[in-house]
Design a protein. Structure first.
Length: 219
């Protein structure tokens, strides 16, 4: 499902953000991606959905060599990838329902299909009652659940989450992670970047550790 072959990423004369990184993640796996700040976690995730390109090396996602993908092919690839950001990135002047359905709107889905699929995802994250609310009226945990519903509305093959609990109260962390586990149980390949060691200890899964851009552990 995901394969990195000798991936290197550097910005100008700065030390390499990723250094000769090779990694394989099979379809349906749940993988923690961890390491200290600056280890390269966010850069790696960005390259998987074509927000960054490696300086050299190859990256394959779902059978596509994303390092050779023409710009016109990027939107098609992204339809199969859901992304959850630490800062939510919700559209402030759109309702919860509109935020979740936005990706379907871009694809030209009918209003009825958008509402049905978006409401189904809001049911899964326990926020049907908030469908017509604006993001600013929600708690941080609720906003993150909206972001997860939005990432899943297209039934993506891959879900990438970058520190999805980093801005949340610790009491909310496990409920958010359970939503990602649920997506994985339905067959989605999930990669979650986190520096929360307590979270890794509570929920043992395959853990890939980076340090200074290098793979230092994969257990």
């Amino acid at each position: 499902m995901i394969e990195l072959r000798n991936v290197h990423k550097a910005y100008g004369d700065e030390p390499a953000t990723l250094d000769d990184l090779s990694l394989q993640i099979d379809k349906g796996e749940f993988v923690w991606l961890t390491g200290p700040s600056g280890a390269g976690k966010t850069t790696l995730l960005k390259m998987l959905f074509c927000a960054e390109q490696p300086t050299r090396g190859e990256i394959h996602v779902g059978g596509h060599n994303v390092t050779r993908l023409a710009p016109s092919g990027v939107p098609l690839l992204r339809r199969s990838i859901g992304v959850v950001f630490q800062d939510f990135k919700l559209l402030p002047h759109r309702t919860v329902l509109e935020n979740v359905g936005f990706a379907l709107e871009v694809l030209g889905a009918s209003d009825r299909e958008i509402e049905e699929r978006a409401m189904r995802r809001l049911d899964q994250v326990g926020l049907r009652a908030k469908a017509l609310a604006l993001p600013r009226t929600l708690s941080g945990g609720e906003q993150q659940r909206v972001a997860i519903a939005r990432a899943l509305v297209n039934d993506p093959a891959v879900l990438l989450a970058d520190e999805p609990t980093g801005n949340l109260d610790p009491s909310l962390t496990d409920s958010i992670i359970e939503l990602l586990f649920d997506a994985n149980a339905r067959g989605t390949t999930v990669v979650v970047a986190t520096h929360d060691h307590a979270l890794l200890q509570r929920h043992a899964r395959r853990t890939v550790t980076l340090a200074a851009g290098k793979l230092v552990s994969d257990v």
